[in-house]
Write a new protein. Structure first.
Length: 254
């Protein structure tokens, strides 16, 4: 009897993910139906429910469309960007985001040539290259100090030491750039209308620059209900905390 109960428990554990997946499919279908009949607020709520535990470019894209129909253009930009982070080749999200850029004129960071090069590899890849460089540096240095080889072998170990050190330094720098500049978790998106960055964390501060919905910022500090942000174009200022949402708030990176 106990063996039968254990087997049944195991089956239920195996079936549980399938049931959860079925539930998600049902919610997604219902949200799509509500969108089609223009019940946008109810559709939005169901799509948001799906985003709480599921990374899906389709859900993100549909939520972006729903928020667009509700007039929440900054939030629509946010979810289109999240969809594109999961699927950079998603043409529909690219087109919609381009149309919103024309409509809103939101600000975006323009990557430099170095940042584009660094972004061609993942942060973990740069970390691996840095570790490899450190190993080459350590092996070459150990050979020079312990073996004290004569030429030409000594020149080979010296070149290995120098090359390994340079690789480690350059890869470490690239990893730092990746973490500080290219990591999606460092980016925020303006989701409210009529946001203006000011020169201090108080309501009557002097205006620095207007930030249309969908603009990108990098949050650097928080003080009460204000956040200090770096802005495109070498600007910086304070904005209300509720006006910005993190681009990628999830612990798992795509």
């Amino acid at each position: 009897m106990m063996r039968w109960i254990s087997s049944l428990s195991a089956c239920l554990l195996l079936l549980s993910p399938c049931l959860q997946a079925s539930d998600r499919d049902d919610i997604f279908s219902e949200a799509n139906r509500l969108y089609e009949v223009e019940e946008f607020e109810q559709a939005r709520d169901l799509y948001r429910e799906l985003t709480e535990e599921n990374l899906s470019q389709e859900v993100y894209f549909n939520l972006g469309n729903t928020l667009f129909r509700l007039g929440k253009l900054g939030e629509a930009c946010l979810w289109y960007r999240r969809a594109l982070l999961l699927d950079p080749g998603m043409a529909e999200a690219t087109v919609n985001l381009r149309l919103l850029h024309r409509k809103l004129g939101f600000l975006r960071f323009k990557p430099t040539g170095i940042e584009r090069f660094v972004g061609s590899l993942t942060g973990s890849t740069w970390n691996l290259i840095m570790v490899l460089g450190l190993w080459l540096f350590a092996l070459g240095l150990a050979a020079l100090l312990i073996l004290r080889p004569k030429q030409p072998l000594g020149g080979v170990f010296l070149a290995l030491t120098i090359s390994g050190g340079l690789v480690a330094v350059l890869a470490g720098t690239a990893r730092h750039i990746h973490q500080e500049t290219l990591n999606p978790s460092t980016l925020g998106i303006i989701v409210q209308n009529d946001v203006v960055a000011i020169d201090g964390p108080f309501p009557d501060g002097n205006a620095v620059i207007a930030l249309p919905p969908g603009s990108e910022v990098r949050v650097k500090a928080t003080r009460d209900e204000w956040v200090f942000v770096h802005l495109p174009g070498e600007n910086a200022g304070w904005i209300p905390k509720e006006s910005v949402e993190p681009f990628w708030p999830y612990p798992a990176m795509p």
